[in-house]
Design a protein around this ligand. Structure first.
Ligand code: BEZ
Length: 212
């Protein structure tokens, strides 16, 4: 069964490169990113994991824990991590789930048989501190993901969880935002006394509320 936005992220207990993890307990009050890669000792995956390791401080700053997964076992991940450290310049600094019995892959519908019937696709799930799924993305095996985009979406998710705003196309942290469509002008006056610009009655633009 597909995992959809707003669902509670399925909980599981799994072996990882950092020991046994129970997903919800491990998340605690943090946000989480669970992402799958198709196979160990493959080139695109090697670059992805190296990149995530390099930008991990950006996830930490946002109170986000990251965890990887493939259907290969933990001992394979551990051996592969030596190559990742050697070739990508940063050791893998987050847990990687070994899922040879596909328990977690099946729980999150990460195997798409018409693409490949044994390997996971490149799935990304962002989970909020309430354990609800906030974002799902699926890439094919041949395309490495843009993890800067995932950080950008997390910035939007965290902002829109705090304020009744939405973020426009290609928005980046610090840029103007949009007052949510469900917010009346009367409510907006209470929420945003600093004012906004009405481009159309349905398009009201506001400086990002938590920035000076
Ligand atoms: C890769 O990471 O390079 C890869 C993995 C599985 C299939 C195709 C590419």
């Amino acid at each position: 069964m597909a995992v959809r936005l707003g669902d509670t992220a399925p909980d599981f207990t799994a072996e990882t490169t950092q020991g046994t993890i129970s997903f919800h307990d491990w998340l605690g009050d943090s946000w989480g990113v669970l992402f799958s890669h198709p196979k160990d000792f493959t080139p695109v995956c090697t670059t992805e994991l190296g990149y995530v390791a390099r930008i991990k401080p950006e996830f930490d700053k946002r109170n986000v824990k990251v965890i990887g997964l493939s259907v290969d076992p933990v001992d394979s991940h551990v051996k592969w991590e030596e190559d990742i450290a050697e070739t990508q310049g940063t050791p893998v600094n987050f847990p990687m789930i070994g899922d040879p019995d596909r328990k977690v892959s099946d729980l999150y519908d990460m195997i798409h048989p018409n693409a490949n019937d044994t390997l996971t696709v490149r799935s990304v799930f962002v989970v909020g501190p309430d354990k609800k799924v906030k974002l799902t993305i699926t890439y094919p095996a041949s395309t490495g993901r843009n993890f800067d985009e995932i950080l950008r979406v997390i910035d939007s998710l965290q902002l829109t969880a705090q304020f009744k705003v939405a973020t426009p196309a290609n928005w980046k942290d610090g840029q103007d935002v949009i007052i949510g469509a469900a917010v009346s002008d009367d409510e907006a006056k209470q929420l945003f006394p600093q004012g906004w610009k009405t481009v159309k009655p349905y398009l009201r633009v506001l400086s990002q509320p938590n920035k000076k």
